[in-house]
Design a protein around this ligand. Structure first.
Ligand SMILES: NC(=O)c1ccc[n+]([C@@H]2O[C@H](COP(=O)([O-])OP(=O)(O)OC[C@H]3O[C@@H](n4cnc5c(N)ncnc54)[C@H](O)[C@@H]3O)[C@@H](O)[C@H]2O)c1
Length: 255
């Protein structure tokens, strides 16, 4: 009798605990939902404490915790609460982010600090706080939310592009340092995704057409496009993938 070996890896996350930052709306909310749908127990972190109760009701089996991703103290306290509640964190999705932008000549110091504090500093310290436990336990999957704007310039997005380019470099270095401990670190780089953060711009027909013209697939992304990439990178199917940037951009950056 021949042994039947399967070559198809599993994308299920049963038994895993995932922490998603910026989960109150948009991509973060959708990712938290999607991770629960494939079996993970999810800690949903949000800055807005009023959102916490409804988040737990909306996402089966979830645990909602307040976290201001721009403040290291708040990040560390939230991570400790999640570890206490679930006993572990196997997956981190570093999603919280700001997208407001200005022409480079008009960027103030405050604009710079607000965006960098959430997008870059927050992502770094959240990964650091979660990775301490992951390294000790010898297992972890970290997925950082980058953007196509990390590899191409976008007019009026100087600070955003810089913050996401920084995410790509953090991803590589954290991967180099932690992969020997069973912790993979990767980033996902979506094109424009329709969310509350982009709806106003994408509802403007001229803006939308200008965006579509640059996407060879001629499609604005939706949250499930990002979820596919995140679930893959969080799963055992991607155990040998680390330090990579998975672009989900309909071909924008291939040009
Ligand atoms: N929507 C897109 O087109 C797109 C494309 C590429 C990358 N991204 C990235 O995806 C992520 C989510 O984007 P989105 O479109 O869902 O945005 P969104 O504005 O709809 O949601 C952003 C989330 O981050 C949270 N957040 C902001 N500041 C925070 C803070 N200090 N502490 C905790 N949470 C905070 C918000 O409360 C919200 O839940 C961001 O990192 C963004 O840069 C979005």
């Amino acid at each position: 009798m021949t042994d039947i070996k399967t070559y198809a890896p599993s994308f299920r996350l049963d038994g895993r605990v995932a922490l998603v930052t910026g989960a109150s709306r948009g991509i973060g909310f959708g990712l938290a939902h999607a991770l629960a749908e494939v079996g993970a127990r999810v800690a949903v972190c949000a800055r807005d404490e009023r959102a916490l109760a409804s988040l737990e009701a909306d996402i089966p089996g979830s645990f909602a915790v307040a976290m201001d991703a721009s403040r290291v103290e708040s990040i560390q306290a939230a991570v400790a609460r999640v570890e206490e509640h679930f006993g572990t964190i196997d997956i981190l999705v570093n999603n919280a982010g700001l997208g407001a932008n200005h022409p480079a000549l008009e960027v103030s110091e405050q604009d710079w600090d607000e965006m960098m504090n959430v997008n870059l500093k927050g992502s770094f310290f959240c990964a650091q706080a979660v990775a301490r436990g992951m390294v000790q336990r010898g297992y972890g999957r970290i997925v950082n939310m980058s953007s196509q704007a990390s590899v191409v310039g976008i007019v009026d997005h100087a600070v955003y592009c810089a913050s996401k380019g920084g995410i790509n470099q953090l991803t590589r270095v954290m991967a180099l340092e932690w992969s020997k401990h069973g912790v993979t670190v990767n980033a996902v780089a979506p094109t424009f995704i329709y969310t509350p953060g982009t709806a106003e711009r994408l509802d403007d027909p001229d803006y939308r057409e200008n965006v579509l013209r640059r996407i060879p697939a001629r499609q604005i992304g939706d949250i499930s496009d990002v979820a596919g990439a995140v679930i893959y990178l969080a799963s055992d199917a991607a155990k040998l993938v680390t330090g990579s940037l998975l672009v989900v951009d309909g071909g924008w950056t291939a040009q």
